[in-house]
Structures are given as C-alpha cells and as structure tokens.
Design a protein around this ligand. Structure first.
Ligand code: KIV
Ligand code: ZN
Length: 519
C-alpha cells in the first residue's frame, strides 16, 4: 500500500523554549537540533529570530549545522521579523520561514486592534516578503481554533496566492475537542485541496493536544507541529513521541500514513531535552516517563513473565530504551567499550572530544562503582555544552554548619589566575553562592534550584539545575552542574549560569521593541 507521509514539525526549540524555565543557550540548542535531525524530524523550528540576537545567533548556527531537516524560524507578520527570520536561516540547506498573525475575532479586536481586512493585508505582505528569503513559506492563523471558518478560508486563499505552501491551523489556547478540530481540518483541507499542506499545532490546556493532532491527521492534516516531552507554553504542546508512537502502534487505524521518524531515537531525544532543560517528564508520562514500562502489580508481572504482549503494547527497544542493558561500564572498561556505548546512546565523538569524555568517565569510574546509561548521557551532555567558560570552579570547602554559621571557601579560575575567598550565608548553598558572587563581582538572584539523582545507588551522580537572574531586566539563565557531591554540583551549576549569562550578555542588551504584538 502506498503510504502518505505525515510531516513532523518539531518546535521544541521555539514553543518548547517558551515553557517557563526551559530557556537554553546556543550550544544546547545546537545539540538538540542535531539530535532532532538524527530522530528524523522533517522540520526543525529553531527559534524566533527577531526575539533577540541570542535567538538569531542560535538559529543561524543550527542552519549551518543541520543538513537533512528543514530549518525554520518563526516571524510575526512584520517586515523586521520576517527579515530577521530570512537572514537567520540563510545558510540552511533546506529552509523555511514561518510567519503568523492572529485570525480569531478576540485576538484581532483586543490584541491586534485590527480589522479582518487589515489582518489579511499584513499576512499577504509578510508571506510575499518571506518568499524573497525562502521558497518554502508557512503561514499560521494564530488562534485558528477560535476563528471563523469563513475568514480562515478567505485568508488562506490570500496567503496561498501570495506564496505560502503550508497553512497551519493552531489551537493556540488548547480549547477545542477532537471532533471540533477534526471538523475544522476536514473543511479546510477539502477547501484547499492540493494548493497547500494543512498543518496543525495543538496546545494541551485540556490535555487533548495529541488526541486533536491524531484526529486532524484522519481529517486531512499532513503536517503536525509538536515538541519532545510535550514541552511548551502553559500546559505544553502535543508530544511528538505520543503522536508518532500512536501512528505506529495503531497501524490498524493509521496504516495509510507514515512518518520519517526513527523511533529508536525517541528515548535519547527525551533524555537530552530533560537533561538540558532540567524539566523531567512526569513519571507516568506516556512513552518516555520513568514508569512508562514499569510493571508494579503482581498480576501484571506474572502476565509479563508468561507473555509480554499481555500488558505491553510498546516494546521499550522500539523507542531506544534498552531495559536489559542499563548497567554499563566500570573502571576496567576500556576506550573501545566506552566508544561503543557512546555510539549506542547516539553520541558520535571523535578526536579530542572523545579523549576528554573518556578521561571524565575514568575519573567518575574511580569514585563510582557502577556507571549507567544515564550517567554517560549526563556526562557527555555536560561536556558538550561548551560555552566559553569565563569562570571555572577549582576547589571548594564547606565549614560544618551544625549549630554554627554556614560558611564556604571557594577557589575560582578566571583569566588564567585563581581567586580564593570565603563567605557566610543563611544556609550552605547560600554561603556557596554568595562567595561566588563576592569573587566574580556579579550578584545572582536564585529563582529556582533543583537536584536530581542521575542514576541509582547511594553513590549516584547529582544533577543540579539552577535558574538565576543576574539582571532583573534580562532573561534568567539556566545552569547545570554534575558531581557525586551535591554541593559541588550546585556550585558548578551556579557558575554555569553565570558563564551562560556572560556569553550572551552583549546580545541580551538588544531587544526588539517595534511592535506590541506578542506570541
Ligand atoms: O500556538 C500558536 O498559535 C503558535 C503559533 C505562533 C504557531 O505557537
Ligand atoms: Zn504554540
């Protein structure tokens, strides 16, 4: 049977990044884009170029790096946005500009303060201008879920005529039920026929993002926009892994369709995003949650031992989760075994990168008896985030706080010399962070602090994620620290956030203020 392709448009780096606390630095975004390409997504929405020079820079670096997936930037229907998007993706082998304007009465009246005719004019102009940068242009009718279908058809005709090849119908506020979305998609795809591809972009406010996406496919959508782990604004976007696995597992219903996703890369992608953003999927999250393949009750375990198909509809190995092979290496493992493990986990390191990863692995293996896949992932992810390190932790000593004043002595390397200082705080972490502030001269304000054990055992690695602001007028920075010692991991995370801030400082100063429109 001839199967139709459902294009997977991943917006983890754009809508996903709009998730509170999920901001990523350029290096992290590049790593994610490379993994998304390995996963096989058709289109990577790499960011919103006009949002800041930092976003622009990340998109253009991704455009240079990615070769198989289309690289896309979002742009409001404003000349300056479209120009920024077009220039950011300029070097991509396959490129797309994605422009949008709101089409619902509520948005046009209260947010845009524009008439429907003015909205159509702006949309047409944006699409025509976008076509001067890329042949592939997508137009989104923001809040299509609450828009009038007659107006949707009118604006669709106009933007197709102007050169848009994909028409996206977002349920921006996650309001619609599956049968309503299905009806809208059917009417719009019957109307546009082969003049454009109909795409959907479903938010999860009522927990229906994935159901709405599947219903859309049945009704004619040939592109779905989604994110890894369902990351995204508010309650998030439809989760890529759930859509893709539903299509695969329920081939009895969806047999006419296929995606280009290599499902074995789903789990590695999920882990990478969780490690970088510090946002773990809930344990019972479908497909990638910690408990998604755990069988707790005796009856279920008995059934599983007799025949896995009694309680298992998805094989863990189909998403790249190797339950039998999670205990990996120890201190006697050699370079070849390490390299083999890396390639199984989807990392391709060579030369110096491999050497330094191997050294770090050996250091860890000296202290930690058993090293698991998640340890290796965390180790490599933290190494690959190689933003320029203005400050580096050299040593740290904590004074016992039992009954006394918590205090810390810290040594940091900066500009080839080492600076040591000591300080006190309201608690040990406060003492460490205040001492780092004294040394660096930057005053960080801690907005969030999370610690997670990477794998298992009393000697598990601690992965600390901090969210810190160094200037209340600028976005907060995320820092990660990895160590067998939680306090050391905390200090590394805090310094990591400062290094990210310094690497973006110049860029953050500049922000576009030419429009009151927001996304
Ligand atoms: O939710 C939404 O409407 C969006 C658009 C900008 C595509 O994210
Ligand atoms: Zn969205």
């Amino acid at each position: 049977m001839q199967q139709e392709i459902i294009k997977i448009f991943d917006t983890t780096l754009r809508d996903g990044e709009q998730s509170p606390g999920a901001s990523m630095n350029t290096e992290e975004k590049i790593q994610i884009a490379v993994q998304l390409e390995r996963l096989g997504v058709d289109i990577i929405e790499a960011g919103f170029a006009a949002a800041s020079p930092g976003d622009f820079d990340a998109i253009s670096k991704i455009a240079q790096r990615v070769t198989h997936s289309t690289v896309c930037s979002l742009a409001r229907a404003i000349d300056s946005d479209v120009k920024a998007a077009g220039e950011a993706i300029r070097q991509a082998k396959l490129k797309r500009v994605h422009t949008f304007i709101a089409t619902s009465p509520i948005h046009m009246e209260h947010k845009l303060k524009m008439t429907p005719d003015e909205v159509i004019k702006r949309a047409v102009r944006a699409v025509q201008y976008a076509r001067t940068f890329a042949d592939d242009v997508e137009f989104s009718c923001e809040d299509a879920g609450r828009s009038d279908i007659v107006f949707l058809k009118e604006i669709t005709d106009a933007v197709i005529e102007a050169g848009a090849g994909t028409i996206n119908l977002p349920d921006t506020v996650g309001f619609r039920l599956p049968f309503e979305i299905g009806r809208m998609v059917k009417e719009m795809s019957d109307y546009t026929k082969d003049r454009a591809i109909i795409s959907v972009h479903n938010h999860n406010d009522l927990g229906l993002g994935v159901a709405n996406s599947l219903e859309s496919i049945i009704n004619g959508a040939r592109q779905v926009e989604c994110t890894i782990n369902g990351l995204g604004e508010r309650a998030g976007n439809a989760a890529l892994e759930e859509i893709v696995m539903a299509l695969k597992i329920r081939s009895d219903i969806f047999g006419a369709f296929k995606t280009n996703i290599n499902t074995k890369e789903i789990y590695p992608s999920s882990r990478l995003i969780a490690t970088i953003t510090g946002i773990e999927p809930q344990p019972n999250k479908a497909i990638v949650g910690k408990n998604a393949f755990a069988h707790e009750s005796g009856i279920h375990q008995d059934g599983m031992l007799k025949n896995k198909s009694t309680y298992e509809i998805i094989r863990p190995e189909d998403i790249g989760l190797d339950l039998e092979d999670t205990l990996v290496l120890g201190k006697h493992s050699g370079r070849a075994a390490f390299k083999d493990k890396l390639s199984k986990l989807g990392f391709t390191l060579g030369g110096e990168e491999l050497e330094s990863a191997f050294e770090r692995f050996k250091e860890l293996a000296d202290k930690k008896k058993e090293i698991y896949d998640d340890d290796i992932r965390a180790l490599i992810t933290s190494q690959m985030t190689n933003i320029k390190k203005a400050y580096e932790l050299v040593a740290m000593q904590l004074m016992d706080s039992t009954g006394g004043v918590p205090s810390a002595a810290v040594t940091i390397r900066h500009d080839d010399h080492e600076i040591t200082d000591a300080g006190i705080g309201d608690g040990t972490i406060d003492a460490v962070f205040k001492t780092i502030d004294r040394i660096t001269g930057y005053q960080g304000r801690l907005l969030d602090y999370r610690v997670k054990s990477v794998s298992q055992g009393k000697d598990a690695l601690a992965n600390v994620t901090v969210k810190v602001t160094f200037n209340d007028n600028e976005p907060a920075m995320i820092g990660h620290g990895l160590s067998l010692d939680t306090m050391l991991a905390s200090a590394r995370a805090y310094i990591g956030a400062l290094n990210s801030y310094l690497s973006m400082e110049g860029m953050l100063k500049f922000r576009h203020t030419d429009s009151t429109e927001t996304i």
